[in-house]
Design a binder for this molecule. Sequence first.
Ligand SMILES: Cc1cc2nc3c(=O)[nH]c(=O)nc-3n(C[C@H](O)[C@H](O)[C@H](O)COP(=O)(O)OP(=O)(O)OC[C@H]3O[C@@H](n4cnc5c(N)ncnc54)[C@H](O)[C@@H]3O)c2cc1C
Length: 423
Amino acid sequence: MSDTSEHIVIVGAGAAGLMAARELARAGRKVTILEARQRCGGRIHPLPASEFGYAADGGAEFVHGEAPVTRALLREAGLSLREIEGEQWHFDGAKLTRERDDPHEAELQAKLGDLKDDLTVADFLRRHFPGDGYAPMRHSIERMVEGYDAADPERASTLALRAEWMDGGHAPQARIDGGYGAMIDVMAADCRRHGVAIRFGCVVSAIAEEGSAVIVRCAEGDVHACDRVILTVPLPLLREIALPAEARAKLATADDIGFGNVIKILLRFARPWWRERKEDLSDMTFLLSDVAIPVWWTRYPEQHPVLTGWFGGPRTAELASLDSQALIDAGLGSLAAIFGLPRHHVARELVASAATNWAHDRFARGAYSWATPRTREAQAILARGDGLVLFSGEALYRGRDMGTVEAALASGLEAAGMILRGQ
Ligand SMILES: Cc1cc2nc3c(=O)[nH]c(=O)nc-3n(C[C@H](O)[C@H](O)[C@H](O)COP(=O)(O)OP(=O)(O)OC[C@H]3O[C@@H](n4cnc5c(N)ncnc54)[C@H](O)[C@@H]3O)c2cc1C
């Protein structure tokens, strides 16, 4: 029988950390979560409903694809999902049109279907789709890899993204009624009910093995002794924590996992002015363009007069000098350019706003991970259950939708399972 007096310290109260804590505490383990922020959720970042008119999300917002762990958790919590509906529109620099399939779509699907050996997306496109005739398709794929996956086409794995593209773009997406914050609230409450201690404001700086015990040190001076540690901090932050030699050696492979950035901007207006046009935009969900903040979406079929702006991938570095207010201004400028309106017409309708460049978030340093051709190998090493320090979090997930909340929850579940099985 396993020793139920075992004390586990979990670093990070995001989706992975809370999931692991809940599983372990339910099985009778003593669990302490050390969290650097003053809140749970990490890259799930609820914004006040009083400002946006609904429980808005400054970080994760959509449930992608099948997401079995997320959906089971939501069912258990009595939270419902609403599938995304509506039309995707495109601004080509001159006019707004409904998004159409690329004429080379069938060729793309055939080449992807035949692919055996992995290569980067940029190499795949150069090899199979050279020349001017394919230029619009190459551009749109590169923009999708950057924007949707926050990845660099020169390093991103084609095999890892293939399933996503072979779905005809994107798998079904849904939103949680009450936002991802509602899910985090339920998980945190469940953890506390099962005796998990959640300590905020603890920035873990060092983890050391002393005999069969593990000592976890926080920058503020707190010291916690325990039997095992699950480390769920985002990939870029792992390198800032002093680790025992064995864990440090595994971490050398982390460079083979990509980590991308996203800028997300929420703008609430007095009225949905974008619907007052000759084109019928009443069922618009996504709007893609090449302006500074290139992707926008509505809450359709809900009618909230809120537009959410999104810019992902390596080119977000070009906006690194902009603070939150300057990002909001850039968002207003982008909307004015797309809709052919004077900027002040758009700005005067604004009633609430929020903008985050996630690269500037001290405890995230970016948005989420993506796969290079060497990522699966790196993950297999990092996710091994040997040693007293286990790695967990979205970047460790070896399933299809890497970089998601589902990935984080599944990874947390896996880490807890390894401890409970005595691995
Ligand atoms: C803008 C944005 C939009 C996104 N959109 C979606 C989406 O629509 N759908 C989706 O599925 N996913 C989305 N994601 C990705 C999703 O949010 C993440 O994959 C997931 O939330 C990661 O969970 P995690 O537990 O692995 O990491 P985190 O949520 O980052 O949790 C790690 C925790 O560790 C804490 N921490 C960091 N350093 C320390 C330290 N030294 N000591 C103690 N604690 C520390 C952090 O504060 C954090 O709370 C989005 C992410 C961003 C940023």
